[in-house]
Design a protein around this ligand. Sequence first.
Ligand code: AMP
Ligand code: GLY
Length: 422
Amino acid sequence: MKVLLVGSGGREHAMAWRIAASPLCDRLFAAPGNPGVAQHAECVDIDAEDVDAVAKFAISNRIDLTVVGPEDPLAGGLVDRIEAAGLKAFGPVAAAARLEGDKAFAKHLMRQHAIPTAEARIFDDFETATEYVLTRTEPLVVKAAGLAKGKGAYVCNDPEQALDAVREIMKDRVHGAAGDQVVIEQRLSGPEVSVLAFTDGRTIYMMESAQDHKAVGEGDTGPNTGGMGAYCPAPVATDKVLGQVEREVLVPVVDAMRRAGVTYKGILYAGMMLTPGGPRVLEFNCRFGDPEAQPILMRLKSDLLATLLAVANNRLDEVTLEWDPRPAVCVVMASGGYPGKYAKGKPIAGIEAAESEPDVKVFQAGTKRAGGQVVSSGGRVLGVTALGKTIRDAQKQAYAAVDKIHFEGGFCRRDIAAKAIK
Ligand code: AMP
Ligand code: GLY
């Protein structure tokens, strides 16, 4: 079959690697891909967010399955467009992707269905939001309601920080229209875990748990990023916790959507905090996490493409997922300055040397080809991922691989997976 993969990050490199390995895959295209993706796919120069152009390519090439990596084209209705043309796609339609793209919608849905989450208020103007913050004494989290590249949540220690966050989002509009509304919620505490599940709208099949590292600095300090590293599985996600998340979160969400006339198909990702009062939802995503996909797919032994196809065909009940028992750790190497301003175009050395170890993969994220070489072209540049007998061993392998790679200004967090080892 002919497959089109939409996206250009480390997640998509990992997806391309696994899709291309499927015996079902005759031809894999990527829009737009990157030099890592190009090891497995024919890259076409179409921006992932250009829904019209991607849909046109899929339709005119009679693509059998379009697999959408990132959230923007999902929220923009790419799957709706492809399905309307009688073709298949993996990912939720726009009405379902709202669960990620509109945090106010997600909060309402959770409130209506008693799904455990932080208490929150939603505001659509700066003055009222500010007045509300001034009446609060407890720690708050301020979030832009729309899509903000993973950078729209501000975890605040005091009211001044919360006021600054509201100002940045609503007045300075640093996230653009994503800041038309803000969600201001109670600050929770506890370990975090990402629970991802495939669903075809009826069957829900949980993947192995993972943990992201959102903050830029070691010890979870500094501003939030798209994710500085991840590991899989997350020891905090015991069977009991996962059972609870399935019963109290995943099942009610998919059911609620279906009752509202929306079949949720694709990946449902629940970002959870394990609070003393039980697991609470921090956010939903409607796709693989990036970088969670890298360690998760490193461990997936089953045919990814067959699974994606089963979801598209409403046959997820026929799938059994098998996992490599060894844990995986992914360390993100980022450009100096990220998540603020950073330089691009720095030549990257050592990828091949790093991948010379059998259980190491270097997933490329913000890279491009310039002249004969691979250079940096984004904030998160590489996701260096390793399997190991234990998490500690996987971590050791991942950092040994990181140490073979160099680009000017490049940095990483040195404590990825430390929480799982303590
Ligand atoms: P989000 O984009 O909503 O997942 O938020 C990004 C990150 O901010 C999460 O991974 C948490 O580390 C943190 N966060 C979000 N909501 C809360 C909350 N209510 N309490 C504490 N931390 C939070
Ligand atoms: N790593 C978090 C996300 O993909 O949103």
